[in-house]
Design a protein around this ligand. Structure first.
Ligand SMILES: [Zn+2]
Length: 442
C-alpha cells in the first residue's frame, strides 16, 4: 500500500532540511526513515509531531475516513452561542449573512447547477423581523401562543470567510434556514412569505426534492441535512410532551421550551421546566445499514424492499431498538428480515439521513458458515433477498455511479441486471467497500 506523503508529513517535517532539498512526493517516501532520525527535525518532531502522527497512524491502520453524503459540513455550528441573542441578532442582520429557504423541506436552488438560491436579510426582513432583538428570557416571558412565526434555524458560521459577523474570537459568514411552507403559517405572515417565494421563482430558483435527486454538492448536502432535520423537528413538535401546552422555539431553533406564561397568564405546572429534559431538544434516531458478506468472502447479501422496483436491491437496514448495541441491532435486523445469522460486525462509516432525523450507522458483517440460508418469513418486510457474487454487485455499482444524482424508484423492468442505490447513498458506499478492494469515497 502506498501511503500518501501528506498523511506522513507532520508540522516538524515540513521544516526538515532534507525535505526542503528534496521536496517531491517520491523523495518524501525515500527519506521517510531518515526523517525519523534527522537532526534538523528530531527535536521538533518530538514535540510537534504527536497530533498529526496519531492521525497518520489511524489512517495507515484503518484506511481513509469516509465522509458520506449529508456529512462534512463546512459550518462551525457554534452551538454554545445559540442562547446569546445579541450574537444571533448581529449575525442575522450582517450584510454577509445568507439564508437558505425550504418549502415543505425542499430547498430553493438553481435547478441547473444545484447551487442554493441564497437570500440576504433584506430579502426576508419583512417576513421574520428580528426574533433575536430581545434576550431569550424576555422572549420566553412575552410568549404568545396565538402567534406562530415562520420557523428559522441558525445553522452556524463559515469561518473560511473572514469578513463576516465577529463575536469574541469567532468570525465567519452566518447561515440561517427559513421555512416558507405557506399552509403551516399564520395569516399574519403569509403575504410576506408569498413575496419571498415569488421572488425566488421569478429569479430562476426552484424548490427541489433532495431525497431522490442528489443534486446538492457534498458540503451543501451536509448543510441541508442540518436545516431539514431541525425545521422538521420544530414543525412536528408544536406541543409540549410534558403537559400538552404549546411550545416556543428558542436557541436559534435548536430547542423548544414550554413557557410558564401565555400572554401574561400563568400556565399549569410542567415537568420540562427547571431542569434539562430530553423533550426540549431534538433527538437522533440511530439506524443500522449493513453489507453482509458470506463466510467464503465472495458473495454479498442484498434485499429488495416490497416498495422497491423488481430489480432494485440494497443493503439491509433497520432501527436500533432501546437497550441494544449497534452490533446487536445489525444481527437482529438481518436475521429478522433474511433469516441469515451473523458473526463479526464492524462499523464502517455513518451518514446523517434527514428524513426526518436518522443517523445511518453503516456496518459490514460476516455470515456464520452454517447461518447463510435465506428465510423471509420471520418479518415479511422484504420482497426478496439473495446472495449476489461480488462481480454482479460491482457491475451494478458501476452503472449506478454513472447516474449518481438520481434514485430512480419508478423503473419496474423485470428483465436485465440488478440495480443498486447511487453513489451518494451509504448503501452504495458499503457495497463498494466490500466488493472493490481498497475502495474509498467516490
Ligand atoms: Zn409543558
Amino acid at each position: 500500500m502506498v501511503v500518501k506523503p501528506a498523511a506522513l508529513m507532520c508540522g516538524a517535517r515540513r521544516s526538515c532540511l532534507i525535505l526542503h532539498l528534496f521536496p517531491t512526493a517520491r523523495r518524501i517516501e525515500v527519506f521517510n526513515l531518515v526523517c525519523l532520525f534527522c537532526c534538523s527535525c528530531l527535536f521538533a518532531n518530538f514535540f510537534a509531531c504527536t497530533m498529526n502522527s496519531v492521525v497518520s497512524a489511524l489512517t495507515k491502520r484503518y484506511g481513509e475516513q469516509n465522509d458520506n453524503y449529508f456529512s462534512g459540513s463546512p459550518l462551525n455550528r457554534v452551538s454554545f452561542l445559540r442562547e446569546d441573542y445579541a450574537f444571533l441578532s448581529s449575525a442575522l442582520r450582517h450584510p454577509t449573512t445568507r439564508f437558505i429557504v425550504l418549502q415543505k423541506f425542499d430547498p430553493a436552488v438553481y435547478p441547473n447547477s444545484g447551487d442554493y438560491y441564497y437570500l440576504k436579510y433584506d430579502d426576508v426582513k419583512s417576513a421574520i423581523g428580528n426574533p433575536f432583538e430581545k434576550s431569550e428570557s424576555e422572549v420566553i416571558a412575552e410568549f404568545d401562543s396565538s402567534i406562530s412565526a415562520p420557523p428559522l434555524i441558525f445553522l452556524g458560521i463559515d469561518e473560511s470567510k473572514a469578513d463576516g459577523v465577529v463575536h469574541k474570537q469567532y468570525t465567519g459568514h452566518a447561515l440561517f434556514a427559513l421555512d416558507v411552507t405557506l399552509p403551516e403559517l399564520d395569516v399574519l405572515f403569509k403575504p410576506a412569505i408569498q413575496s419571498i417565494i415569488d421572488g425566488i421563482e421569478s429569479g430562476g430558483g426552484k424548490f427541489v426534492t433532495v431525497r431522490t435527486a442528489f443534486i446538492l454538492s457534498y458540503p451543501d448536502a451536509a448543510i441541508y441535512a442540518q436545516a431539514r432535520s431541525y425545521l422538521d423537528w420544530n414543525v412536528r413538535n408544536p406541543f409540549c410532551a410534558g403537559c400538552g401546552s404549546k411550545t416556543l422555539s428558542v436557541n436559534g431553533g435548536s430547542k423548544r421550551v414550554c413557557p410558564p406564561t401565555d400572554r401574561g397568564v400563568e400556565r399549569g405546572p410542567c415537568p420540562s421546566r427547571g431542569t434539562i429534559t430530553n423533550i426540549s431538544f431534538p433527538r437522533t434516531d440511530p439506524t443500522i445499514i449493513v453489507a453482509v458478506v458470506n463466510s467464503k468472502g465472495d458473495k454479498l447479501l442484498l434485499g429488495r424492499n416490497k416498495r422497491f422496483p423488481v430489480k432494485f436491491y440494497s443493503c439491509l437496514a433497520g432501527f436500533c431498538e432501546l437497550g441494544e448495541s449497534v452490533e446487536e441491532a445489525v444481527r437482529r435486523e438481518v436475521w429478522e428480515e433474511s433469516g441469515v445469522k451473523l458473526g463479526r460486525v464492524v462499523i464502517h462509516s455513518t451518514q446523517p439521513w434527514p428524513y426526518p432525523a436518522c443517523l445511518m450507522i453503516g456496518a459490514i458483517a460476516e455470515a456464520l458458515p452454517d447461518g447463510e440460508k435465506i428465510h423471509l418469513e420471520h418479518d415479511p418486510e422484504l420482497g426478496d433477498a439473495q446472495w449476489f457474487p461480488f462481480s454482479t454487485v460491482e457491475q451494478a455499482l458501476n452503472v449506478a455511479e454513472k447516474n449518481s444524482n438520481t434514485l430512480d424508484l419508478t423503473d419496474n423492468l423485470v428483465e436485465g441486471p440488478i440495480k443498486v442505490p447511487p453513489s451518494k447513498a451509504i448503501a452504495h458506499v458499503l457495497m463498494r467497500a466490500v466488493v472493490v478492494e481498497k475502495a474509498h469515497r467516490i
